[in-house]
Design a protein around this ligand. Sequence first.
Ligand code: FES
Length: 132
Amino acid sequence: MTRRVMTTPCARRRALQLLGAGAAGVSLGACQPPVPRVVRVPLSRLAGGQRVVVALGDDRIELSRSATGLVARSLVCTHQGCIVAWQEPEQHYKCPCQGGFFDALGRPTAGPVTAPLPLRPVRVEGDEAVVG
Ligand code: FES
């Protein structure tokens, strides 16, 4: 009977490194951790108007509650990809790069931005918000 061992590309690469393949001049390439497909946030962290920022791959997503439910909004500026930040006193998102501004619903209001901050899928599972 043949025994099959399932390994990830990173696990195989690490095993080859342990065997000295890298020292022998074999290029093993970079080993990146797996990109999460979903992010879970306890709903308790969103109480009282709190905003929680999570990373999902290259995206930065802000989770918050609105009058209609949970909102998951990408914070990647639609101009050139900088990460915008919520400004509580002014009640808007500000981009640090070329001065783009978005209102509380993610709509562009000033600067070179023309497209809104996109919404991402979010759902509730038990006592968690699940993004992705
Ligand atoms: S990247 Fe945000 S305004 Fe240019």
